[in-house]
Design a protein around this ligand. Structure first.
Ligand SMILES: [Zn+2]
Length: 632
């Protein structure tokens, strides 16, 4: 079963709750950048209803550092009260707090400001106790490191993925969350440190992609997954209907537009996320400027350049092969033409190119610059990524040229607005490719718009003949699985089976009787005797007793003797005994003679047997009911 708390038929605030074989895992904990009311966070009330969250959730997994995938973490831990384990890759763990900090600076709504304030509140750090994993205890992070203000309880996965770089697909080894829950990470491309995750409990498994890119770009490799055949693949579908033109065409187009604008003395604004596309586009412009010997300045806004480069250098194994090779000879991330931006530069005359955050023009420096430059038709804004509804970025991309800013001020947009899909999401072709690689039994689409999802859903169902779902937020999808449970068979039981002359044949399934015992989550089929022995139990005996009336005036002892000699003569193949206490036994069957309470001329025979000897017991009863031969 699984539930979408966010990103159901929507882009933003990714948050999916998956229940698999009794384990509850939350996939991503993102925020929606298009809202500033309650809709900006996933609806956690769905799980808070189940009681204490930390008890309910076995773990939280974060796919990558984008805020629509991890932005609600501070709220989730500080306000909702979750303090269980959170899994993420090392680069994500390092970079995510910078983005949150960056967001706090520009956040307009009080709630977010208040919550994120806790990041630097030392009291919040009391949560930091990294859990032992795979037998190793992680040292708590030093709190003096300015780049890693741990939110709460960051549980570092011990894996460092081997990056794919196309020729060496990257996966992590399996990590055990507990005795039953296993996690495996796959390289996802998209941004530094992004990963797709396989969650496995017994024979059931789910793969969650987060955001991924199936084509390598200038600084990262392509996403890769093996034929893991999960019961369910949960994939993003941001570009569900887009088949993007070739990478090279897009790059040429981008450079042409920037070049033309700069040539005619205009300014180019490129709103970007702090890390990700920005680095790729910087590499692209840097090479072009060098080749064309251009003089117009290129700036990268705020102090983020340094931080970004710091992390790319730190996590160079996560980048693609070309970058890794170049890095040995020359640091690809130290740019000759790209310089740090100062606020005052925006008013300088003449052409320039500025990379500014945030990427959707919803606040901060990119929006400030946009407002300054929007009135001049010589200028250009290039949106290189997806913009969620409600942001200025989305508005201008959908053609709005008169924007109402705060204070009822109307901003007229005369500058050219361009959109270039450099966003590192898989397109329709890429999503189909991933489904083909993983061979899932079912597919579930998240992180996309309903109409586009519908199109992709049909395509997937037709091509792969698997069920495809696209739940809305809060909607539950339940998938029946037929888990195969391996059961060990004891040697004793096998030997007994073989003794009956039946040789095992893998092609012919057959019934095997025994007692099933579960120990340490393992099942074994053993004989009932062995089960009793292992469990220290005594067998419970159930005896049936039947009364048979006989006409006999002699004493009970003599009746017993007569019964004995009769049975002895009739049942030649059985062991018939006359015991010292006067009772008679035939195998396990016991026969006793007693006086009748009212009639001295009648004797009562009590015949008793266990359920195993039911057949012989009832035979004896019917035999005795016929009476005894006359005494000689
Ligand atoms: Zn992303």
């Amino acid at each position: 079963m699984q539930v979408c708390l966010g990103a159901g038929q929507d882009v933003g605030r990714s948050c999916i709750l998956v229940s698999i074989a009794g384990k509850n895992v939350m996939l991503d904990c993102g925020m929606h950048m298009g809202f500033s009311d309650d809709r900006r966070f996933p609806d956690f009330s769905y799980i808070t209803r189940s009681g204490r969250l930390t008890d309910f959730l076995d773990c939280v997994i974060i796919s990558h550092f984008h805020l629509d995938h991890c932005g609600a973490l501070p709220y989730f831990s500080e306000m909702v009260g979750y303090d269980g384990p959170i899994y993420m890759t090392q680069p994500t763990q390092a970079i995510c707090p910078i983005l949150l900090e960056d967001y706090r600076k520009i956040a307009v709504d009080k709630k977010v400001v208040e919550i994120t304030k806790h990041i630097h509140d030392n009291r919040a750090l009391r949560y930091v106790e990294l859990l032992p994993l795979s037998g190793t205890v992680q040292e708590p992070q030093s709190t003096s490191n300015a780049f890693t203000p741990p939110l709460t309880h960051w549980l570092l996965s011990p894996c460092i993925l081997i990056p794919s770089a196309c020729e060496t697909p990257g996966t992590s080894p399996l990590m055990l969350v507990d005795d039953e829950l296993e996690i495996k990470a796959y390289y996802a491309g998209h941004v530094l440190g992004a990963a797709m995750f396989q969650i496995k409990v017994g024979s059931e498994s789910v793969v969650y992609t987060g955001d991924y890119n199936m084509t390598p770009d200038r600084h990262l490799g392509a996403a890769w997954i093996d034929k893991c055949r999960p019961n369910l693949l949960i994939t993003e579908s941001t570009y569900a209907t887009t088949i993007r033109d070739s990478k090279r065409c897009r790059e040429r187009d981008f450079l042409k537009k920037v070049h033309e604008t700069v040539e005619r003395g205009g300014k180019v604004l490129i709103p970007v996320f702090a890390l990700g596309r920005a680095q790729e586009l910087c590499i692209l412009l840097e090479t072009f400027w060098e080749r064309m010997d251009l003089k117009a300045p290129i700036y990268f806004s705020t102090g983020l350049t340094e931080k970004a480069n710091h992390y790319y250098k730190l996590f160079i194994p996560w980048t693609n092969q070309k970058i890794r090779k170049t890095f040995v000879q020359r640091n690809m991330f130290e740019f000759k033409h790209v310089k740090a931006f100062d606020r005052a530069f925006a008013d300088s005359p003449g052409p320039m190119v500025v990379f500014a955050t945030p990427g959707m023009l919803h606040a901060g420096q990119s929006l400030q610059i946009f407002r300054k430059w929007a009135g001049n038709e010589k200028n250009m804004v290039i949106m290189p990524g997806y913009c969620v509804q409600g942001t200025v970025g989305h508005k201008i991309l959908s053609g709005q040229r008169k924007l109402e800013m705060e204070g009822r001020q109307v901003l007229e947009v005369k500058m050219q607005v361009e959109y270039m899909s450099f966003s590192a999401h898989a397109d329709a072709k890429g999503i189909m490719q991933l489904v083909g690689q993983a061979e899932p039994e079912n597919v579930l689409l998240v992180h996309g718009e309903a109409k586009k999802m519908e199109f992709l859903k049909q395509k997937i169902e037709q091509e792969f003949r698997v069920s495809c779902y696209m739940p809305a937020n809060g909607e539950t999808v339940t998938l029946p699985t037929s888990p195969s449970i391996p059961v060990g068979i004891s040697l004793g039981l096998l030997k007994r089976e073989l003794a009956q002359g039946l040789l095992p044949d893998s092609k012919k399934p057959r019934l095997l009787h025994g007692t099933l015992i579960m120990k340490d989550s393992n099942f074994r089929l053993v004989s009932s005797e062995q089960a009793l022995k292992e469990l220290g139990l005594a067998e419970h005996q159930l005896r049936f007793t039947c009364r048979v009336h006989l006409h006999d005036t002699r004493k009970e002892q003599e009746t017993a003797v007569r019964v004995y000699s009769h049975l002895k003569s009739v049942l030649k193949d059985h062991c018939v005994q006359h015991l010292p206490d006067g009772s008679v036994t035939v195998e396990s069957i016991l026969i006793q003679a007693a006086a009748h309470s009212e009639d001295p001329g009648t004797k009562v025979l009590l015949v008793s047997w266990t359920y195993q000897d039911e057949e012989l017991g009832s035979y004896l009863t019917s035999l005795l009911k016929k009476g005894l031969p006359q005494a000689s």
